[in-house]
Unconditional design. Structure first.
Length: 257
């Protein structure tokens, strides 16, 4: 599916729709005033018997993004709404999506439910355990708990097993206007942005957690900010893990000095 653009309302933003893997759609909204060079905010829609939305997005973007999502499917079919961690661009518009999709339920890990969803979701959420596989009918997604990666104790990622698509949240974030998809180097730009902004949490478990994602051998990486990547995803994840490990080691040496 070629990229399509939806515009919603006066002084509104545009949301592009691109099929990045078979029946997996990137809903991307570029905000030129976010950060020094602007920033894309991506949500992902899996069209299956039980469709799933990954990332709810900000409430302010809901009109444009939901209109774009309707180009893919009737929102009344939407069954699952989920995200990586508790943050405005990840789950801010949860109530709006639940209102638009009466059959949908939010779903997250034990901590995400305990810390936020059990209280904030308009309908009871469904709790997932690490490694749980959800059969969407034609697509299968696996929940992976990744504490403090990219942020928050409750953080996690989803991996779609049929297409090999890893929804990697803030990993491989890239600022500015970018194409919807790329096969170019994504390690260098991700490292450069992290050095300048320092938004990623680094713990002694970070490299091992990224190694676990790398072992899935994904074929497509679907980040929250920037283009979807197709290519040597395993090597890209391994390279990012080495960078974070070296940063943590350098910080420990500085602390001892």
């Amino acid at each position: 599916m070629a990229a399509e653009t939806t515009t919603s309302g006066e002084n509104s933003v545009d949301t592009d729709v691109t099929e990045i893997a078979e029946r997996i759609y990137r809903l991307s909204t570029f905000l030129p005033t976010a950060g020094p060079t602007g920033l894309a905010f991506n949500q992902f829609l899996i069209d299956a018997e039980e469709p799933l939305l990954f990332h709810c997005g900000q409430r302010s973007l809901f009109p444009s993004v939901s209109q774009a999502a309707r180009r893919v499917l009737d929102l009344k079919r939407l069954r699952w709404i989920t995200f990586s961690h508790i943050e405005g661009d990840e789950c801010g518009a949860l109530d709006e999506w639940l209102a638009a999709a009466p059959q949908a339920q939010a779903s997250h890990g034990r901590l995400g439910c305990a810390l936020w969803l059990n209280d904030m979701s308009a309908r009871p959420p469904v709790m997932r355990r690490d490694g749980d596989v959800l059969d969407l009918g034609g697509r299968r997604v696996r929940w992976l708990e990744t504490p403090h990666m990219p942020h928050g104790w409750e953080a996690g990622h989803w991996f779609e097993e049929v297409t090999g698509c890893l929804f990697c949240s803030d990993l491989f974030a890239l600022g500015g206007r970018t194409p919807a998809t790329t096969t170019d180097d994504i390690i260098g730009p991700a490292i450069d942005l992290d050095r300048r902004v320092g938004f990623m949490t680094k713990t002694p478990q970070t490299a091992a957690t990224i190694g676990r994602l790398s072992a899935l051998a994904p074929r497509t990486l679907a980040p929250m900010h920037g283009p979807a990547f197709s290519g040597h995803a395993t090597e890209a994840l391994a390279g990012l893990g080495k960078h974070y490990a070296s940063q943590l080691k350098a910080a420990a040496i500085d602390a001892e000095a």
